[in-house]
Write a protein that binds this ligand. Structure first.
Ligand code: NIG
Ligand code: FE
Length: 407
């Protein structure tokens, strides 16, 4: 057997559900990489005779899968610090949205921005995530809400994947809010999404999945269903911002369309959990938005756990409800605010996040055959990743086998 490199003298948190024990851990381990994939892993004492070009010392740290941020809106222009000030003075997110602020404010700024400007801002935010060990990120459109601006956002997302050592999955979220020019006719806007924006994004190879915001300040379940129907017929998987501010039945709808994920879920009734399990829908928890909006209603985590519903954790990085470029902080919040344990939080940012993107066969676990997206941490135990805020930085990151260097 031949390998490009082998790392040894470390522990592995494989996060492979097929392995016994917490974190699927392998102690005093070794891992071999060939052609960007994991070629072998196991106890160092069992390392077979492998001809390797390079040996790397893991310095007794822990190696995890590259982190996967499976829900972001990181391409946008402008900021909403003024609205944050208003919220601190007592206005709610919904009040601001109804007064024409919120998402609409970012839409105006994003429409006015050039592709180069959008790219510059997004690349800087993405770098914040990457410096924490994120090697795969989902990026949504949804601040264009018209053909050209939605495509521009998606092109920027694709460009990020080409320029940066990170895997980017793009999600079309044209059904994020009703744009001002369609204010009185949301159904006509949905027609535009289904008949023009989605087909154009697909033709240009810009879309990996389709998302909707199902909420009383956004779109109704039947409007979301029209988008799901169109997407599904075009061969695309769907996801939904579901039950974030109120119960809409969006998670049930997502389940009927075998969605990749249903995201937020603060107002999900326990009785809808079985349906998500049955249809293989991942529950994506976004504690950053919960924190910034001072939400009090908690997603039903204990019932999700009892039902063995896969839970992912993501940043929801966006300028309004979650201006937070830290997946490690989201993991900490998932523990402190939502009651996950550190192992669940790490599974949420690796294995289950990969599944929420349909990448469970390539990303999110350390297993032979999977991409060698790897993060080495100078820690004594993987629980430390969720335990501390701003104390952990990767000692090294590899994306598809290649060492990522930061300026
Ligand atoms: O995930 N819920 C809708 N969309 C975003 C918020 C976007 C914004 O406020 O700009 C979210 O929370
Ligand atoms: Fe979101």
């Amino acid at each position: 057997m031949k390998a490009d490199w082998i790392i040894e003298n470390l522990n592995l948190a494989t996060m492979d559900a097929g392995r016994p024990g917490a974190y699927g851990a392998v102690h005093d381990a070794a891992l071999a990489v060939a052609d960007g994939k994991i070629a072998w892993l196991g106890a160092r004492s069992e390392l077979p005779a492998i001809e390797a070009a390079e040996m790397v010392d893991g310095r007794n740290g822990w190696l995890t899968p590259g982190l996967v941020d499976c829900h972001t809106h990181l391409v946008y222009a402008g900021d909403r610090a003024g609205e944050f000030d208003q919220r601190c003075r007592g206005l709610s997110y919904e009040e601001i949205a109804r007064a024409g602020g919120g998402i609409q404010r970012t839409v105006a700024a994003t429409r006015a921005a050039s592709e180069a400007e959008l790219l510059r801002g997004a690349e800087a935010r993405l770098e914040r995530l990457r410096r924490e060990g994120v090697t795969c990120v989902e990026i949504k459109s949804g601040y264009g809400l018209e053909l050209d601006a939605e495509l521009r956002m998606l092109r920027v997302a694709r460009a990020l994947g080409e320029r940066c050592p990170v895997t980017v999955r793009t999600t079309l979220l044209a059904a994020h809010a009703v744009p001002p020019e369609y204010a009185a006719r949301p159904d006509d806007y949905i027609t535009l999404v289904c008949e023009q924006i989605l087909p154009a994004a697909l033709d240009d190879g810009l879309v990996d999945a389709v998302d909707v915001f199902c909420e009383h300040i956004a779109f109704s379940p039947s409007q979301c269903e029209r988008v799901f129907e169109t997407a599904t017929r075009a061969g695309l998987r769907v996801k939904a911002h579901a039950e974030q501010l109120s119960y809409q039945g969006a998670a049930r709808l997502a389940a009927r369309y075998a969605a990749l994920s249903a995201d937020h879920l603060e107002y999900l009734p326990e009785s809808d959990i079985a349906l998500l399990c049955e249809h293989g829908v991942v529950a994506v928890l976004l504690p950053g938005a919960w924190y910034f909006l001072r939400e009090t209603r908690l997603p039903p985590v204990a019932a999700m756990r009892a039902a063995a519903l896969p839970m992912a954790v993501a940043t929801d990085l966006n300028p309004g409800s979650s201006p937070m470029a830290s997946l490690l902080l989201a993991m900490n919040q998932a523990c402190v605010l939502f009651g996950l344990c550190p192992e669940e939080a790490l599974a949420g940012a690796t294995r289950n996040a990969a599944r929420a993107l349909g990448l469970q066969h390539a990303k999110g676990v350390l297993r032979p055959g999977c991409d060698a997206d790897l993060v080495l941490w100078d820690i004594d135990h993987p629980a430390e990743l969720s335990y501390a805020v701003n104390l952990n930085r990767p000692a090294a990151v590899w994306q598809e086998g290649v060492h990522v260097r930061f300026a």
